[in-house]
Design a protein. Sequence first.
Length: 302
Amino acid sequence: MRRTIAVLTGATVAALMVPALVTAAPASAQTAKTAQAAKTDPVSALKRQFRTHRGVKLTENTKIVGAGKKQRAIFTRRNGVLEFGRSGLVASDLTTTFNLPTQDGEFKGLFTPSRTISLKNVSYTSGGFFADSMPEGKKWLRVRDGGLVLVSPVQQIISTVEPGTLKATLAHTGARRPGGTWDGTRTTVHSGTITLGELFKVSPSVRAMLGAKPTGRSATLPVTWKIYIGSDRLVRRVVSSYTESTRGLNSTELTYVNDTRYTGWGTKVTVKAPPAGQVADFDELTVGADQPDDPIRELLAN
């Protein structure tokens, strides 16, 4: 499963009432009914957050556990902000750090902290895997793509800032219960299971993560989840888990547990690209031939 991750619509409506329309009782009743329905719908609540230079703060913890006698684990943490526009997510500024079982030998330096700024069709990463391969005077690696790109080896597989993903996931709700207080609001936790194939159909970030449509056993891979929804119907926390297996000469099994927290909905956000003079492209890098293609899997398999 390729993990160049990404990540990865709404409108504001104002109603103007004039005395001549006060007698239109049926229309007013219907408007009130629609407004009330929107208040109880998490997808509509999300879309109301899609305003220019507004966004939400994100903190995400990921645990990756390798099967076997050693039971080695990698812990990652991402935090930063997501910026919305009128049609949804348009930019992000996120920092990723690692807590590894070991940083000795060939893996030392591969998992250094990194910061990624993502805008439409391009992302910029400072630090991380390619920090030692940057040309002199350059700090940011530019990656171009057809969509919003978040360069990170891991990410929450259920992106609840995507309306289609949120709707499809909640349609698989199997249970509801009180979820405690998060971001200052009481929540209800919805839980269930959705397959990787179903997520691929609805989620732009999952399509960017995988690169190709999952088939066979991969398509039916179950992803268990919990979504904590506040009294304002906005998502405050998402926890997901799935286990990925490979079979071959170096068979491995990795379990991913992602815990994402959203705080400060409506925060003012303006994400900008780094200075042009500090940016380099891939063809300017000098990358060692011995660098592993998938350092996470190789580290946990050893």
